[in-house]
Design a protein around this ligand. Structure first.
Ligand code: AVI
Length: 332
């Protein structure tokens, strides 16, 4: 993403400057783009929850089924007294399956950028897991953050990163995240990752172009958010949701395509669109088991075990930190 000097733009009060810089910088770049993390305002988070229930969107159902069918096996990787750290925890429905299967967890640390969400989900676990020490942390999982002392003092830390969120990183960012997780979790750590697998294009195209149009609303909500928070004037009728599987790069791309030649103002800047020009809003990479293993190995993780569903649509992959330090890489 282009780093922009902070400009004295006429923004509505309380505007988040990073959001403004990322959006304006992305819309002034060629091709135009906006980082996918900005989908998740309150409305975007609700729409994403609806996506996870859509008949065409298989990942959540497949991952839940893999967790349910293999919970006892997966729980064996989480020894007594261990701290379970969930990266980007969001809703607690997946971790509940693990929590029911582990016997004596030291503590559970959900980490999420949204303080309200992470605290509310932690509170909701209380009635069902009264003995469990839940220590929520509000942090951006891609940045350094400090674990609570109980988690640091635990004999072992196990990371949990479900949902195939790793697929929304560029591959070099995914490798960077795996190295960063190794540093946060420390010696002897284990990591359990949910990752979507490569599969026929028809299934992927349907999953991101649902008949009810919820994914289209999720994508277009980004423009609504920009209009509201950055004083934008996008005409939502002038843009259309486009999603397709890019076979060469093993990723589903989401775009917002301009239906005509038009202009929009964002944070005081005028952005021009050609007819058919798109804003690239998301990549969702699909991995083979081997490719993710190779990425993890490069970050210092040794593959331990893999679980998949009957169709091989989705995978849960477990890794352990090797003793050798991860290879040093140039800054990403
Ligand atoms: C959150 N993430 C893993 C979803 C995905 O499938 O890449 C986001 C999403 N975008 C459109 N539908 C769902």
């Amino acid at each position: 993403m282009v780093a922009l000097a902070r400009s004295p733009r006429p923004l509505p009060p309380n505007v988040d400057d990073t959001f403004a810089d990322d959006v304006v910088g992305g819309l002034q770049a060629t091709p135009k783009r906006v980082p996918a993390k900005y989908f998740y305002d309150a409305e975007g988070s609700l729409l994403f929850e609806r996506i996870t229930d859509l008949p065409e969107y298989y990942p959540t159902r497949c991952e839940m089924r893999i967790l349910q069918e293999n919970a006892a096996d997966i729980a064996k990787l989480i020894p007594d007294g261990a701290a379970l750290i969930e990266f980007g925890s969001g809703s607690n429905k997946k971790v509940r399956i693990l929590l029911q299967a582990v016997s004596k967890l030291g503590c559970y640390v959900p980490v999420d950028i949204c303080q309200e969400m992470v605290e509310q989900e932690a509170t909701e676990l209380k009635p069902d897991f009264p003995q469990l020490k839940v220590l929520p942390v509000t942090a951006d999982i891609t940045q350094d953050f400090v674990l609570p002392p109980e988690a640091k003092a635990a004999p072992l830390r196990v990371g949990f990163f479900p949902g195939s969120t790793i697929g929304n990183f560029e591959p070099h960012e995914a490798a960077g995240f795996l190295r960063h997780a190794a540093k946060i979790l420390g010696p002897g750590a284990r990591l359990i990752i949910g990752a979507d697998l490569i599969k026929p294009a028809e299934i992927l195209n349907a999953a991101y172009n649902d008949a009810a149009g919820v994914t289209a609303r999720f994508n277009l909500n980004l423009l609504t958010r920009i209009n509201r928070e950055l004083g934008g004037n996008f005409n939502l009728d002038g843009f259309e949701h486009h999603a397709f599987y890019n076979r060469e790069r093993n990723r589903v791309e989401m775009h917002l395509a301009s239906l005509k030649r038009q202009k929009a103002k964002v944070a005081g800047e005028t952005i021009e669109f050609r007819a058919g020009e798109t804003i690239h809003t998301e990549n969702s990479y699909k991995y083979s088991i081997e490719k993710l293993s190779a990425l993890a190995r490069g970050a210092g993780w040794r593959p331990l075990q893999v679980w998949t569903d009957d169709h091989n649509y989705f995978s849960i992959q477990a890794f352990a930190l090797t003793d050798e330090p991860p290879p040093v890489r140039a800054a990403e």
